[in-house]
Design a protein around this ligand. Structure first.
Ligand code: FES
Length: 153
């Protein structure tokens, strides 16, 4: 049995590092991001930006995990963004903080949060192509029809 040479392993590791390394993109100027959700497409990814009450900025995938509709059509409530369709709320880290029909939202019900930085009047968002591509293509976590609801125990 042959083993790959150390050189070959290091080349593979380098490729993996390059493929999964985050890339920073200018998403907006600092004054464009406020308490109203701002939709942007960055590296083909829909992203929503908003400012928390302390002035820090959050960047989330602009796709509600409920039915995949854009979070940017909702509102910023406190430090959270509220989906304009059925009222789910997410904090800046993407955690679902409020679901109208449940006391405790399921932990898996979250939105991808992007690293974000504000520097010299610009807002930068880090996209990791290999990782974030899967997020962008993921199906909504909940897609239930009335028929499914009837079959549930
Ligand atoms: S689509 Fe966002 S809460 Fe239903």
């Amino acid at each position: 049995m042959t083993h790959p040479s150390p050189h070959r392993r290091s080349t593979t590791a380098r490729r993996l590092t390059v493929a999964t390394a985050p890339q920073w993109f200018v998403a907006a100027t600092a004054h464009e991001v406020g308490r109203k959700p701002l939709a942007r497409t960055i590296a083909d990814k829909p992203v929503v930006l908003f400012r928390r009450r302390d002035g820090s900025i959050a960047a989330l995938a602009d796709r509600c995990p409920h039915y995949g509709l854009p979070l940017s059509s909702g509102d910023v409530i406190g430090d959270d963004i509220e989906c304009g369709f059925h009222g789910l709320r997410f904090d800046g880290s993407g955690v679902c903080t409020y679901m109208p029909t449940q006391k405790l939202p399921p932990e898996r019900f979250c939105v991808h949060a992007y690293p974000v930085d504000e520097c010299d009047g610009q807002v930068l968002v880090a996209i990791t192509p290999e990782v974030d591509e899967k997020v962008a293509e993921a199906e909504p976590l909940v897609r239930r029809s009335k028929e499914t609801d009837r079959e549930a125990p």
